[in-house]
Design a protein around this ligand. Structure first.
Ligand code: FES
Length: 589
């Protein structure tokens, strides 16, 4: 317990400064000589903690997204103990707090539907408890942005601990990549060229350990982005989940966050508009998941940093893809780690980066990548021998997407990047499932497949449906890619000529809702345009007949989501969660 003569910070004071233990936020709960604090201290005793264990020390929350249904976080119980070890070593008091686990696989309708719920929970858990700093344990796709969004809004010193990728998959002598190879082999099975026995072997070999998808999907992208932002320790994003270095990195997070508390290193002292641009540069060089666009915009808005859809297109034109990782390239995350990981990648991109941005390591991004070495030019290509000279993600506009949409050109068959074809329109995913494989639909390889009502409000939650299936009759003819358009998202492990995030979405009356079978749609990726060849007059007439689909949720969280979620170019956050007047500290009476 601190010296009772030390002043107790008032709720109006900045949460942290360098004045010592009395300035710790948690001291508002524990230090005063009053009945309420007596209660708080006696309850620490109830849990077996003496004054020497806890009081006057930074209280570090370990926010753990472990659950029996969070398959990528299976090692997190053990890792939380590693974090605690680090916190104790540095003179802190660790407390583990479970928060919502969001398995990308098991949570329906989509984990994205609950990203904002986890962000909300993280912010309120941090604010309502006697906590001075936090270790954010996440990895499976939406847990990363959610934890960071909540921590940014709470603005307590926080460090992100990435779950790390799982081991490379195996099928006989072939290395398998999460998602990417699933889609490929599933298409082969649908085409009748892969038998059930082979498919079962793939099922048993594609996910061989705890850890996140080991391709450059959303999880890997967001972990790398967290490191480039300065919110995860340098070199942490690529450490395989089962590597002993991962346990060592976890204890380092525990030690480091204690120092961050004393330094007052809050997210607002680390993040700036320039650090978000650094993250976009990393994303483009990785050919990262298109999901990162939505998440980075949401995080930037919470941090009060300007970041717009067009920033991604501009940087995509300037930054070559140098990470040779699936689905755009050949290798997997453990190869990337062995090649030097994110620090080595960023070292190659230094001319595009603001090196003076701060990081959780305690220095600048320049410090974090000083001395980083690329150990394989095949995995992290030289700037003058990139995988693609541009094209991490392009932003398209046109009468079909006045507020923008995105495409990952490196994932598409080049011949389709300029394509005009008749639309075949599905009003919902269920409609598409029911009809797309039917011979009587007359779908040809030239058709443009359009899915409506799969966006943030329409689905709701904007599921990863955007890699719309190729119709079975065409698969049997050998067709493996077609132009596909939707207001949905797409898994970072997916590929194909898929135009995503069309905004405004169909459910709020975007042009996508007005497209009909047979309308000619023109995609011109080089010109960054997406156009439906229907006159303005005809579109106006169709709009006059349009009415919004019935709301799927009348009550509960679903109602809140429908009422408050913004469109994809705005980050799909809740409107009331974006940056505003500071939220007051809780009264302690
Ligand atoms: Fe968890 Fe892919 S399912 S990261």
């Amino acid at each position: 317990m601190s010296d009772p003569r030390d002043p107790v910070p008032s709720p109006d004071q900045p949460l942290l400064n360098r004045r010592g233990a009395s300035a710790l936020r948690s001291q508002r709960w524990f230090a005063p000589d009053d009945l309420r604090s007596f209660g708080h201290r006696s309850r620490l005793r109830q849990m077996g903690y003496s004054a020497a264990d806890a009081e006057g020390k930074p209280v570090i929350a370990i926010l753990n997204t472990w659950s029996d249904l969070a398959q990528c976080h299976g090692h997190f119980r053990e890792r939380a103990e590693d974090v605690k070890r680090g916190v104790w070593q540095a003179g802190g008091f660790p407390v583990e707090i479970p928060v919502l686990s969001l398995s990308e696989m098991f949570v329906k309708p989509t984990a994205m539907f609950y990203r904002n719920l986890l962000a909300l929970e993280v912010e309120e858990v941090l604010r309502s408890h006697p906590i001075d700093g936090a270790v954010l344990m996440g990895g499976c796709d939406k847990t990363v942005p959610a934890l960071l969004m909540g921590a940014i809004s709470a603005d307590l010193p926080s460090i992100f601990l990435p779950a790390g990728p799982m081991l490379a998959g195996r099928y006989r002598t072939t290395r398998l990549g999460s998602g990417t190879d699933v889609w490929k082999y599933w298409a082969d099975r649908q085409a009748g060229v892969l038998d059930d026995c082979a498919m079962r072997q793939i099922e048993e070999g594609i996910a061989r350990s705890p850890g996140t998808c080991m391709t450059m999907g959303t999880a890997s992208t967001m972990a790398a982005v967290a490191e480039a932002l300065g919110m995860a320790p340098s070199g942490s994003a690529t450490i395989p989940a089962v590597h002993s270095a991962h346990a060592r990195m976890a204890s380092l997070c525990g030690r480091r966050v204690v120092d961050m508390v004393w330094e007052g290193a809050t997210p607002s002292t680390i993040l700036s508009a320039a650090s978000f641009i650094n993250a976009v540069v990393a994303d483009m060089a990785l050919c990262g998941s298109t999901n990162a666009i939505i998440h980075l915009i949401a995080m930037a808005r919470r941090a009060g940093a300007a970041l717009a859809l067009d920033d991604f297109d501009r940087i995509s034109r300037e930054v070559p893809v140098i990470a040779n990782l699936r689905p755009a390239g050949e290798y997997l995350m453990e190869d990337f780690h062995d090649a030097g990981g994110v620090p080595a990648l960023l070292a190659r991109l230094r001319d595009h980066l603001a090196l003076d941005c701060r990081t959780v390591d305690g220095g600048t991004l320049g410090d974090a990548i000083a001395g980083a070495e690329v150990l394989s030019d095949e995995v992290i290509r030289p700037i003058d021998r990139p995988l693609a000279h541009a094209g991490g993600t392009f932003v398209l506009r046109g009468n079909l997407a006045p507020d923008g949409c995105v495409i990952k050109p490196t994932a598409a068959e080049p011949r389709l990047l300029s394509h005009t074809g008749p639309a075949i329109v599905f009003a919902s995913y269920a409609d598409m499932k029911a009809r797309i494989d039917r011979e009587d639909q007359g779908i040809t390889a030239d058709h443009v497949i359009v899915l409506q009502h799969a966006g943030p409000i329409g689905a709701p939650g904007m599921p990863e449906w955007g890699m719309l299936p190729i119709p079975k009759p065409l698969l049997r003819q050998g067709v493996r890619d077609m132009v596909r358009i939707s207001d949905a998202r797409m898994s970072g492990t997916s590929y194909g000529t898929c135009v995503l995030h069309v905004a405004p979405e169909a459910a709020v009356g975007g042009t996508l809702a007005l497209v009909r079978d047979g309308d000619l749609i023109e995609l011109d990726v080089a010109a960054r345009t997406l156009h439906v060849h229907v006159s303005d007059e005809e579109l106006a007439a169709r709009r006059a007949e349009w009415s919004p689909p019935p709301a799927r949720h009348e009550r509960g969280y679903g109602r809140l989501f429908l009422d408050q979620t913004t469109q994809a170019p705005d980050g799909c956050d809740f409107r009331f969660m974006e940056r505003g007047a500071p939220t007051p500290e809780p009264d302690i009476f």
